[in-house]
Ligand binder design. Structure first.
Ligand code: MG
Length: 306
């Protein structure tokens, strides 16, 4: 079991973590979270999404949040976009790192963006063409392993969708997303191996998982062992998916950092600074938090002070 000596974490809490929270988080508080996460060493974040304000009122302040995040030194602020119209809004606001999402599952994609996966793939081509020179692209492949409606996804279906996407922009980073949290480490390894064999020219691969069945870290290790050095995680384990019933939070950033620190794998994040931010995130009204490390460290502190 040996992967890269260094990993890049993409902190997705400000988008994926905040999105399902009902009570509106004040914009200033979101920006404060992003600034503190940046101060803890996180330099890449999915800071918001450009989506329908009526469908997702929590992220209606996307422009303001994006601009505040971009002002931080060395910050790579990516924003999620579901279609061309919202991608154009993001580009107009100055976004220079888009994350386009498309599902392998027809039902999930229609639920999410009311299009077939191939219609989304065509829109992806238009978005790539609309991007300014030098802008970065992340391709989020939702339901790459498992669908909330259809169950396990045939790896060949994921690869077939990628056939329509990879060559559109060979510089895109491709993120295989376990939308439901039901994948197991063997399947993470198998799809990753198959994808890299089929698309040897793809520039970078990433993994996005959930801890719904307690397999979050095991799947991260499977991805890392397979050579993936870009891992999505969310502080406090915040997250969920309104279109994936039963999906709980993302893999918690603090749990990922704790594990990799002990394995000698560098992530550039200061755990002492991260922990109180994760605790504050988990305590947000309406938040659904996850993970073990916050409580384990708090319990250790309680027992050593008693
Ligand atoms: Mg997620």
């Amino acid at each position: 079991m040996k992967g890269p000596d260094r990993i890049q974490l993409v902190e997705v809490g400000p988008r994926d973590g905040f999105q399902p929270i009902g009570p509106l988080i004040p914009t200033a508080q979101k920006i404060d979270f992003i600034e503190r996460l940046h101060a803890a060493g996180l330099r890449r974040m999915e800071v918001t999404a450009f989506v329908s304000n009526t469908a997702v009122p929590q992220l209606a302040d996307a422009v303001e949040v994006l601009h505040a995040a971009q002002a931080l030194p060395g910050m790579d602020a990516q924003v999620l976009v579901p279609n061309l119209r919202h991608a154009e809004r993001a580009i107009a606001a100055g976004a220079d790192h888009l994350a386009f999402v498309v599902s392998v599952s027809e039902k999930h994609n229609r639920n999410n963006v009311r299009r077939s996966p191939l219609e989304s793939a065509q829109e992806y081509s238009q978005i790539v063409a609309a991007q300014p020179r030098g802008a970065a692209m992340r391709l989020n492949i939702a339901t790459a392993f498992d669908c909330p409606f259809d169950g396990p996804i045939d790896p060949e279906a994921t690869l077939a969708l990628l056939d329509h996407l990879v060559e559109v922009n060979i510089d895109a980073e491709i993120c295989l997303c376990d939308t439901t949290g039901r994948v197991t480490p063997d399947r993470v390894s198998a799809l990753l191996d198959a994808a890299r064999r089929r698309f040897p020219l793809a520039k970078a691969w990433a993994y996005h998982g959930h801890d719904t069945y307690g397999l979050g870290l095991a799947n991260v290790i499977a991805a890392w062992s397979g050579g993936i050095d870009v891992i999505d995680a969310s502080f406090g384990g915040l997250g969920g998916c309104p279109f994936a019933p039963g999906a709980t939070g993302n893999v918690p950033t603090e749990d990922v950092i704790w594990m990799f620190e002990r394995m000698g794998v560098a992530a550039g994040v200061d755990m002492q600074k991260l922990l109180p931010i994760a605790c504050a995130g988990a305590a947000l009204p309406g938040a659904s938090a996850g993970g073990r490390v916050r409580e384990a460290i708090a319990a250790t502190a309680r027992s050593s002070s008693s």
